[in-house]
Design a protein around this ligand. Structure first.
Ligand SMILES: [Zn+2]
Length: 601
């Protein structure tokens, strides 16, 4: 079955759509909820100035806050999901805009709470935390109180808050420059002239025609080159801002500051960088293999993203894809599989998944799970694309993580962190890979699967670790009083490119400018989580595949812990110790093995 991608939203039958009834039965019910929140939220301010006076005040205020947040979350998810169904729908646009306005008012009215809570003397708070009526709020409060040593005086906090909007100038200017102002022109392709933009650049690098890649790369980077002083100055501004904030709040470094909310020891970060560096010869071996297979003598960076094996044509109807996923996830047991399967398939009134394309629908895929309602999934499923089967398994992993988290925790700490988010999703991809390798004989399919896995690991582990290393180096330079200049930034980045790509890959003249075009760098020390997440998932999936009931139950403890533990603690419960280099080394060993397997095809 194939759908018409330009069909109108109203023509999509119910069994192909998600069923949002568990959030709100219809738009009118949402409006009622919206009115309720609008009429109720200012009540929270009656507690202002009283939180330290009596434990009952704090308890009642938290109770009220979480009730309002619960309603707000439900309203927000409905508005957001409706919007993604058809982004051109004006009713959805206005609903979303009205919600966002109200939400910022609600959070402004609650902003007195954190500082008041942090001002309660430690001895008093210790007593209160032991009260029975604080059980549900204990974890929330403990997480909040950790920040106490880094809270400044009220006057200083006010100054920090007043500066927070102007602190975003570098990142806003960066995206305005790259996404809007810069005109990269067009590139000649066998299918005609195609616009070169910041977002189409990546797909040009996958084009099988080398001339197309060359032209795109040259044009893109010469534009960056003509703006390199601006780009360097923007990134320097962002690093300076990170260093300023971390020092103002008394952290020992900007790295410690960034890792503090997740309670991740900087050692985890350093382990990742060191372990990946030790294993770069495996990556070099892969590039050598590519060079051979692609048959290019002056092999260069611009050749490293072309798929070695084009996407396999293998038809899976949506229901067939679900059936494959059911088999692949069997090691997780009946409850997991049957719950997921029911959600993915849905019934005549729909289920978790909005399955296929329609006009105006948001592209790509995501999972969005809230405390109420189902863990919804947006897909644009195409039955001839094998990668969509993997995407469905991936999003299903996110959704089951949300499903277990919201059913095993109270609202104040049901939600897991971004550090943990990609574990459950990539875990499922590992199981799917394992299943497809063992249930298929076609050597071309197997080579495709191995290569896909290799490229995923490069994009998620090696590349993000290289980025992580660059960020660390730049922040350290500023912290050591060294200057970040257009020259020093390029020098540092070039060193990394040489290390990561090895001897068999030539680096184009302007390639060191890449370090100045990565949007994620404006949210410092974030990308390492991709690398640690996939590494954890690899170790955990091997543990479950090679283990028995105990190993599986350990994994469920992780899925069920939601936000009740810090990320490293919940992963440790599942059986993987991210404070040791072992899980990273384990991923590196797997990578090395995959490269050797691929060379046999
Ligand atoms: Zn994901």
């Amino acid at each position: 079955m194939s759908v018409n991608p330009t069909r109108a939203r109203k023509d999509v039958p119910a069994h192909e759509k998600w069923n949002l009834n568990a959030l709100f039965p219809d738009d009118a019910a949402w409006e009622q909820g919206f009115e309720d929140l609008k009429n109720q939220y200012t009540e929270i301010e009656t507690y202002r100035g009283s939180l330290a006076d009596a434990p009952e005040n704090l308890r009642d205020c938290l109770n009220r806050m979480f009730e309002l947040e619960k309603l707000g979350e439900r309203l927000g998810y409905y508005a957001f999901l409706k919007m993604t169904e058809d982004q051109g729908d004006s009713a959805s646009q206005s609903r979303q805009a009205r919600f966002m306005q109200l939400e910022s008012k609600v959070s402004a009215s609650m902003s007195f709470m954190t500082p008041e809570i942090q001002e309660i003397p430690d001895s008093t708070m210790k007593e209160w935390l032991n009260r029975d009526d604080f059980t549900e709020y204990r974890i929330y409060l403990e997480k909040l109180l950790r920040f106490k040593p880094h809270v400044l005086s009220p006057a200083e906090e006010k100054l920090m808050a007043m500066q927070s909007e102007s602190a975003q100038t570098a990142s806003k200017t960066f995206s305005a420059l790259l996404d809007v102002d810069m005109d990269f022109g067009t590139v000649k392709t066998p299918q005609g002239e195609k616009p070169l933009t910041n977002s189409t650049f990546g797909s040009f690098m996958q084009n099988p025609e080398r001339e197309v890649r060359k032209e795109a790369y040259g044009k893109y980077y010469s534009h960056l080159d003509s703006h390199k002083n601006t780009l360097a100055s923007l990134y320097t501004g962002s690093v300076n801002q990170d260093v300023y904030r971390s020092q103002a709040r008394g952290y020992s470094s900007s790295l410690e500051y960034a890792l503090f909310p997740d309670k991740v020891d900087p050692k985890v970060y350093h382990n990742l960088v060191e372990t990946v560096n030790k294993n770069l010869p495996s990556l070099h071996a892969y590039y050598r293999l590519r060079k051979e297979k692609q048959g290019i003598s002056d092999y260069s960076l611009i050749d490293t993203k072309v798929p070695l094996i084009a996407d396999i044509k293998m038809e899976h109807s949506y229901d067939e894809a679900v059936a494959v996923i059911e088999k692949a996830l069997q090691p997780l047991g009946d409850e997991y599989v049957s719950t997921l399967s029911k959600g993915l398939r849905g019934g005549s009134n729909g289920g978790w998944v909005d399955k296929y394309e329609n006009k105006g629908k948001r592209s790509g895929a995501f999972s969005a799970g809230s405390f109420y309602g189902e863990p919804y999934i947006l897909m644009n499923y195409k039955e001839d694309l094998l990668r969509d089967l993997f995407t469905l398994a991936h999003e299903g992993g996110h959704s089951m993580h949300s499903w277990y988290s919201s059913r095993n925790n109270p609202f104040p700490h049901y939600n897991y962190t971004i550090f943990e988010a990609e574990v459950a999703s990539t875990f499922n991809e590992q199981l799917l890979f394992h299943h497809m390798m063992s249930s298929n004989d076609d050597p071309k399919l197997k080579a495709y699967l191995i290569n896909k896995r290799i490229d995923d690991m490069i994009g998620t582990i090696f590349r993000q670790t290289m980025f992580a290393e660059f960020e660390l180096r730049c922040h350290q330079m500023v912290e050591n009083g060294e200057a970040l200049t257009v020259q020093s930034l390029q020098d540092e980045y070039r060193k990394l490119l040489v290390n990561y790509f090895g001897e068999d890959v030539e680096l184009p003249e302007l390639s060191a400018l890449e370090g100045l075009r990565i949007p994620h760098f404006y949210r410092a020390f974030y990308v390492y989580k991709y690398a640690t997440g996939l590494s954890a998932a690899i170790s955990l999936s091997q543990r479950v595949l090679n283990g028995g009931d105990t190993e599986r139950e350990d994994y469920f403890k992780f899925l069920k812990s939601g936000g009740s533990r810090f990320p490293l603690e919940s992963l440790a419960v599942a059986g993987v110790d991210m404070s040791s280099p072992e899980p990273i080394q384990n991923a590196m060993d797997l990578f090395d093995d995959l490269v050797k397997k691929l060379s046999a095809y």
